[in-house]
Design a protein around this ligand. Structure first.
Ligand code: ITT
Length: 193
């Protein structure tokens, strides 16, 4: 089964390809000839996820899925949350965003946080959403070089490593994205039998 993943983030694309069960082929935006950014104008992860999937589905008149992800840190009122991609500014790098979090978290004793992904599958004008959440903690310093985004500052519960110290397969054992994708894949299996 072929499904289009509406994302301009190549790291997400790689992870979802590695998480997809046998029989699922993930098609990228590049492969369907879309270049550019997807719209993300809302205040919640759910709404942004829907906005991206709906936009692409309407533009190409095809079924597709999109996802929106945020890192939610308790000690700083849920930041960076829905603003995870541009936390340190519109053109901020992953590095800038990580440094901003670490600076804000410097004096915080409570280190709990969670990653949340919401996948939206949009098809013929209707949609369904799948949520994956992984609880964890924010270390005092960044550790590891793998992955992307906030991976160097997130230690999922049940591990002593940050996501950035893990291989992709190891990250998939804990990953918020993988949890939401598994729910989505089950849904697709059910509606296609
Ligand atoms: P698309 O909207 O095109 O999918 P994006 O990078 O803009 O790509 P988001 O709006 O979901 O995606 O941004 C969330 C940001 O959160 C992302 O840019 C990363 O910095 C971070 N992020 C998302 N998933 C992550 C993960 O698994 N590990 C670490 N950081 C992650």
């Amino acid at each position: 089964m072929k499904i289009i993943f509406a994302t301009s983030n190549q790291h997400k694309l790689k992870e979802v390809k590695s998480a997809a069960p046998e029989g699922f082929e993930i098609i990228s935006l590049k492969e369907i000839g879309f270049e550019g950014e997807l719209p993300e104008t809302h205040e919640t992860i759910e709404e942004n996820s829907l906005e991206k999937a709906e936009y692409l589905s309407n533009k190409f008149n095809t079924a597709c899925f999109a996802e929106d992800t945020g890192l939610i840190i308790d000690a700083i009122n849920g930041e960076p949350g829905v603003y995870s991609a541009r936390y340190a500014g519109e053109y901020a790098s992953f590095h800038d965003n990580v440094n901003k979090v670490l600076a804000k978290m410097k004096v915080m004793e409570t280190r709990t946080a969670r990653f949340k992904t919401v996948i939206t599958y949009y098809s013929q004008g209707s949609f369904v959403q799948f949520e994956g959440v992984t609880e964890g903690i924010i270390p005092l310093v960044q550790i590891g070089d793998n992955g992307f985004g906030y991976d160097p500052i997130f230690i999922p519960d049940g591990s002593t490593k940050t996501y950035a110290q893990m291989t992709m397969d190891e990250k998939n054992l804990f990953s918020h994205r993988k949890k939401s994708f598994d729910l989505f894949a089950n849904h697709l299996k059910l509606i296609t039998v």
